[in-house]
Design a protein around this ligand. Sequence first.
Ligand SMILES: [Zn+2]
Length: 141
Amino acid sequence: VNVDCVFCKIAEGRMPATRVYEDADVLAFLDIGPIVKGHVLVVPRAHYDPITSVPPETLARMMRVVQRVAAALVEGLGADGVNLFQANGAAAGQVVPHVHVHVIPRYNDDGHHWNWTSSTYADAEEMQRVADRVAAAVRRG
Ligand SMILES: [Zn+2]
């Protein structure tokens, strides 16, 4: 537990949140600044950050809740689609440093657009060099 962490405070009930699911390990509550109404945050009760530090069993439990919430946004709110978003580090746009997954209901007419501008590789060789570096690091685990 990190005493100054907002999500730890929510997990311990020291700060209010509009909860939609909780169990012994995982909590899900509404984001107070939703991209689209019904935007849920799924967090482990224990303080972990970034995602690479989360024990695999805990991450699996989190993702099972993400899956259930995604289904609930479709069945309960009538969402036409669902986005997942997960940020690690300020460079990635993370605001609260307690690992969390955004589960965002999407509607055909919700008007939200991700500012997603595609980049390019100089050539096939550059692309392969990048892939080789990633693949080697994945193998090292
Ligand atoms: Zn925390």
